[in-house]
Ligand binder design. Sequence first.
Ligand SMILES: Cc1cc2nc3c(=O)[nH]c(=O)nc-3n(C[C@H](O)[C@H](O)[C@H](O)COP(=O)(O)OP(=O)(O)OC[C@H]3O[C@@H](n4cnc5c(N)ncnc54)[C@H](O)[C@@H]3O)c2cc1C
Length: 439
Amino acid sequence: MGEQSDVDILIVGAGVLGLNVAYWLSTRFECTIAVADLADGAARHTSSRNTGVVHRPYYLDPQKKRVFAQTSLVSHALWESLAKAAGLPWKRAGTLNIGVEESEVKVLEQYRKWGLRNGMEESELELMDGSGVRNREPEVRAMAGLLSRTDVSVDFGAYSRHIWSRLAAMTRFLGGRRVVSVTRRKESTAVSLVSSEGRESVTCGYLINAAGGGALRLAQSLGFAREHATLNFRGEYWAVDEPFASRVNTNIYRPPKFPQYPFLDPHFVVRADGSRQIGPNAVVVPGPYVYRGFGLSQAASFFDRPVLPKARLFANRDFVTMAAAEWRSSVSKGAMCQRVRSFVPGLNPGMLTRRGIFGVRSSVVDRRGFVPEALIFRDEASAHITNFNSPGATGAPAFSAFVIEGLIRDGLLPRFRERTGGQKIPGWDYRSVISRLDI
Ligand SMILES: Cc1cc2nc3c(=O)[nH]c(=O)nc-3n(C[C@H](O)[C@H](O)[C@H](O)COP(=O)(O)OP(=O)(O)OC[C@H]3O[C@@H](n4cnc5c(N)ncnc54)[C@H](O)[C@@H]3O)c2cc1C
């Protein structure tokens, strides 16, 4: 007789990704699912600590970032249906990308082409000159702009918690438990978890690792991704005081100075609740949960193996220049303000009296530098999703369906009976999501 599992599928991570994976699996299959998270509630980390923009894929290279572009394109309608069904904010603020210098104007033209190649409609994108920018946003100064009309401001944390509330009857939540080790057995996987109550073990037929900043380490404990390392970058925001705040009504983004690195420069952000913030920067920190200070007590983690991919970056002059500027904008409000003043000149540090949220991106690097897409490692016992960074929250519904479909297609996921009925989110149809993905 085979070994008995406590659950058919254990998902590690109750962020937007893990919860979307749990949603599709539990609405599609007759199987038992548990979701473990070191926090005692859903979406306590990056999924609630971001800019909150449902991005359209105009700024994503259709070749290098194809999966992020396609999953973002397709997920937009799903988030809109969820917002409507749950009565959650769906604020159509739009995003105005601006070119302050000639080289940036060319980037905007490139963005428009990418948007269309990624499947956006012509009517979603509008190129404008400096006076067009000023007509739309009188506080903004630029040579040109590209307006993405269909970018929307939302609260991904609230969206994730809504998904969680629909799952609660079908899925076990193992909150406040850190997965510390995973052991492959003959026909199951034993997962060891630690909580304030002590240590416990759960066995599962299949493990899905959606542990955000902890995902790479967990994958490595099973022998995957030995050539890869994680670098963590904290994004910090400042709230903009009224009355200036509401003089800007569109998200304002400037193309990144160093496009080879996976961060956008600080933006002027219109939040789903109507408040305005500037940010985020990207400050190197030694762990995924270093929300205050510089985590010096964890600094030794920079030497976790493999060291070479990280060392190569720190030997690169562009990277060090960028890291120093990001650090300056962490310790100096004036330096942070200055980055946005370059296109919103009326903003001044006196209007930034409260810090906003903080969120950490865990970026995976290899010998060639930053990995542009999410990286998935899989076998017949487990799947590990790493480097699930921006626009990960936007793309999570379609991305998680894409991951599950790959596991089914390649015969890695155990076979379960199809579930009929169940409480589905209106408009969330698995088959139609898969058929619309051009990947
Ligand atoms: C500053 C910033 C701005 C961003 N802006 C946007 C944006 O505007 N639009 C967009 O689409 N995306 C944005 N993103 C990206 C987006 O937030 C992420 O892609 C997404 O939230 C990742 O979701 P996740 O579920 O993978 O990670 P998380 O939300 O971090 O969830 C992972 C979970 O795993 C748990 N976990 C980790 N290790 C363990 C362990 N060992 N045991 C148990 N549990 C564990 C953690 O507690 C956590 O809850 C932004 C990100 C940042 C940092």
